[in-house]
Design a protein around this ligand. Structure first.
Ligand code: ASP
Ligand code: MG
Length: 483
């Protein structure tokens, strides 16, 4: 039996005809090696953002602008299909009246007509519900996956388009729906495994799903990686490959730190800590379905397919350096909550966290003393309302433009002197909050956003000056920064 591998290609890996052909080449290469791939694709680059703005624009009553956005998307997709048709016959221009291309344009028009119908309705109703929003954004992956399946077929891959909504069954939390594992496994057996057994390559859109009743849902922004992991777990794949446009997980953001190195191998736990920061490389939730089934995940670069990328496995191989990577999250707010009234009373923390829960406002980092609690939060429009509720319990202050710097590595467990090196390296920076995660594999601190880049460079010089060649790619000291 050949190896089952889920190959996921992000928006930049399918952004135009050239990118799609590159992707087809990578998939064909895997098939030739005897791999049986399931391909998961994102919408073409920036399409999801544009669909969201079309929906918002329509709901604000500006029908013409909304339809202008989808008109450009229609042209972009039809153009890509044209070029794919031409280049599959080695030409610059498609043959006029190419029947396959005409058929493609027909279904694309039907899809975009359907989308425009929804937008016209939105402009009349003037209200965008999460359910309708999911409906609108789903078109990105619905159309990209079908177009890419057709391009693969033209390129000689025996591809078959599978509507991900038939397989990825979720609950009805629109905008961030929760996958239902048992139902998904059963649907994959029905709609995907038979194709694999017959030697076909299923091509599916990431990010989208549907409820048991067939209403379209999405898994949340960046959710295609999650789809790949869900499918990988559902079919017991041998590996999950996340194809993106960077060479894998890096020791730091190469745009900030030109000395950044590729990390060859990292543990699930370390990657999960980092994933939260590096949403560009990997969606955090990707990790979970894969971890559960012990399936290795590879992060690979579709512009540099021979590069071996980063392998994420259950256990970390031994490494000399305490850290694997330094990550930064900007646009954070620190909230200081000082107990004036409820001092020392029990249930105090619970009552505080209930407020965040009620506002569905995620908290990143927490540090407490007897009288005060400091939290870091994504800067967002909910904060004034959260603060207003909290001020019924305590004195509340908050301040934006903060950054969280997080150093991740399993080797900090039980080693002494590391914190001293960290704080020595950033001695010129004013630290606002410090935490060593309960997982014991990360050390994080909050600083002013403006100090973040300099802090990363100092820390990188301190900890990656003499890198372990088993773990870090010392050959290429640079990677292609995400465009
Ligand atoms: N297209 C979706 C997004 O941009 C999902 C993804 O690409 O992972 O969020
Ligand atoms: Mg992504």
């Amino acid at each position: 039996m050949n190896r089952l591998v889920v190959m996921k290609f992000g928006g930049t890996s399918v952004e135009d005809a050239s990118a799609i052909l590159r992707t087809a080449g990578i998939v064909a290469g895997r098939v030739k090696k005897g791999v049986r791939p399931v391909v998961v694709v994102s919408a073409m680059a920036r399409v999801t953002d544009l669909l969201i703005s079309a929906a918002n624009t329509a709901a604000h009553g500006d029908r013409a602008s909304a339809l202008a956005i989808t008109e450009r998307l229609r042209i972009r997709h039809k153009d890509a299909a044209c070029q794919l048709a031409a280049r599959s016959c080695g030409q610059d221009q498609p043959t006029p009246q190419d029947p396959e291309l005409l058929a493609t344009h027909r279904w694309m028009d039907a899809e975009f007509d359907g989308l425009d119908e929804i937008l016209r309705g939105l402009a009349i109703v003037g209200e965008l519900t999460p359910r309708i929003s999911d409906m609108v954004v789903s078109y990105g992956e619905r159309i990209s996956s079908r177009m890419i399946a057709e391009a693969f077929l033209r390129g000689g891959i025996s591809a078959v388009h599978v509507d991900a909504r038939q397989c990825i069954i979720t609950d009805a939390q629109y905008g961030k729906a929760i996958p239902q594992d048992a139902a998904i496994e059963q649907r994959l057996k029905q709609h995907v495994l038979p194709h694999l057994n017959d030697g076909r390559v299923p091509v599916m859109g990431g990010f989208i799903g549907s409820t048991e009743q067939g209403v379209t849902t999405t898994l949340g922004r960046g959710g295609s990686d999650f789809t790949a992991a869900i499918i990988g777990a559902g079919i017991d794949a041998a590996a999950i490959e996340i194809w993106t446009d960077v060479d894998g997980i890096m020791t730091a953001d190469p745009r900030v730190c030109p000395d950044a190195l590729r990390v060859r191998s990292i543990s699930f736990e370390e990657a999960a800590e980092l994933a939260y920061f590096g949403a560009k490389v990997l969606h955090p939730a990707t990790i979970l379905p894969a971890v559960r089934k012990n399936i290795p995940v590879f992060v690979l670069n579709s512009r540099n397919p021979d590069n071996e990328g980063t392998r994420i496995t259950a256990l970390a191989p031994h490494c000399r350096s305490p850290f694997k990577s330094i990550a930064v999250k900007k646009r954070l707010t620190i909230m200081d909550i000082v107990a004036s009234r409820m001092l020392m009373s029990h249930g105090y923390l619970r009552s505080i966290f209930e407020v965040f829960d009620r506002h569905k406002c995620p908290v990143d980092m927490v540090s407490t003393s007897e009288v005060s609690v400091s939290l870091s939060l994504d800067s967002n429009e909910k904060l004034p309302a959260v603060a207003a509720d909290l001020s019924k319990l305590a004195d509340v202050k908050y301040e934006g433009r903060k950054a969280l710097v997080c150093m991740v590595g399993e080797n900090i467990r039980g080693q002494s002197g590391i914190a001293a090196r960290v704080f020595q390296a950033v001695r010129h920076v004013n630290l606002r909050m410090i935490s060593q995660g309960a997982s014991e594999i990360n050390m994080s601190f909050m600083i002013e956003e403006d100090d973040a880049d300099e802090a990363v460079r100092s820390l990188h010089a301190e900890f990656f000056g003499d890198p372990d060649p088993e773990i870090f790619d010392v050959e290429a000291r640079r990677s292609v920064a995400e465009a």
